[in-house]
Ligand binder design. Structure first.
Ligand SMILES: Nc1ncnc2c1ncn2[C@@H]1O[C@H](COP(=O)(O)OP(=O)(O)O)[C@@H](O)[C@H]1O
Ligand SMILES: [Mg+2]
Length: 315
């Protein structure tokens, strides 16, 4: 509705008909105060027409959807998703975390095991994304290994890799941020997450092994932007598990001086601290365990820097 408010010359019924929806369907949904919703099929037809008229989620909807990505495992993606989510919530934002890794680590560390309904159950059905409350204003859409079983459907079914986007579209106005924890690969799951996002954030260890495959990751992000989601931007890289030694120092320096100016290598670094492992073993969020710990402060500082950066770059 916000899109039509910004474009008063566009006719709701005209767009409705151009998308081939039943007569006055869009108008009925808009005037139903949320009691009627568009089906996945309607959204599928509507999206290209709206885009033709300049629709862009990041301009007209509320949530910024950020995929936390890296082709490697063990680089702090899941930890960053959970901790950035918590620090955003403690700054007053409403946040949904989506576990999009079949390993289900994000769900586990937040204490959601064997979820009754999970992301995999909804991608090819009419079910909405399942959400479990974690803290006030923090929700999780959980996953486990079942997500691996539907990966083949993402490849074979029509619009497979935009199904997640279509599940997120109707809830964009319910959140300020939606963070997607991606699997450690450049698989269809990661591409689906990128298709559903406005932005990406790369987590990286400051070690030479991190460079291996980095170009493939950057290329994949560019390909998605070029072919299926032109709104996608790379917000930047955050260093995780940083230790005070000359190898880490040298690598950080090299990355900072060699990276493109199009995105940020964030100044805040997430230090290697045992408190992260402790809180995850206890299935408690860092802030609820000890909001004055150094571990929590790392993400709080990173969150502040990220938000300040978005004020500059967000359209
Ligand atoms: N800053 C950190 N300091 C110490 N351990 C960390 C830190 N960040 C993550 N870990 C631990 O490292 C492991 C991998 O982190 P995780 O966030 O799951 O990475 P990924 O999602 O990229 O595989 C986990 O056991 C986690 O507890
Ligand atoms: Mg992970």
């Amino acid at each position: 509705m916000s899109f039509f408010r910004h474009n008063p010359s566009l006719s709701v019924n005209g767009v409705n008909d151009e998308a081939g929806l039943p007569k006055r369907k869009l108008d009925l949904v808009f005037n139903s105060n949320g009691s009627r919703k568009l089906s996945d099929e309607d959204l599928f037809k509507l999206e290209p027409i709206l885009r033709k008229y300049g629709y862009n989620e990041s301009l007209y909807q509320k949530a910024r959807v950020i995929s936390i990505v890296n082709h490697k495992g063990g680089v702090g993606k899941t930890t960053t998703t959970a901790c950035l989510g918590e620090t955003l919530v403690r700054k007053g934002f409403k946040v949904l975390l989506i576990d999009f890794d079949p390993q289900g680590n994000l769900s586990q560390i937040l204490g959601v095991e064997n979820p009754e309904v999970q992301v995999a159950d909804c991608l090819f059905t009419n079910l909405p994304l399942p959400t479990v409350a974690i803290l006030e204003n923090l929700w999780l859409a959980p996953s486990d290994i079942s997500l691996a079983e539907i990966e083949v459907d993402l490849l074979s079914k029509v619009g497979g890799d935009v199904r997640l986007r279509h599940k997120i579209m109707p809830i964009l106005e319910d959140y300020d941020y939606i963070l997607i924890d991606c699997p450690p690969s450049l698989s269809k799951l990661t591409v689906s997450a990128l298709n559903a996002s406005n932005a990406t954030l790369i987590t990286m260890l400051p070690e030479s092994s991190s460079l291996k495959g980095l170009n493939s990751l950057l290329n994949r992000i560019s390909e998605v932007k070029e072919h299926t989601n032109r709104d996608l931007v790379l917000d930047g890289i955050v260093f995780t598990m940083v230790r005070k030694n000359s190898v880490h120092d040298g690598f950080k320096e090299a990355i900072r001086s060699s990276m493109s100016v199009d995105f940020r290598v964030f100044d805040t670094e997430i230090r290697h601290l045992v408190d992260f492992q402790k809180s995850q073993a206890l299935q408690a969020t860092l802030g609820s365990l000890n909001a004055s710990s150094e571990a929590y402060r790392c993400y709080k500082d990173f969150c502040d820097e990220y938000i300040a950066y978005l004020q500059i770059v967000k359209p």
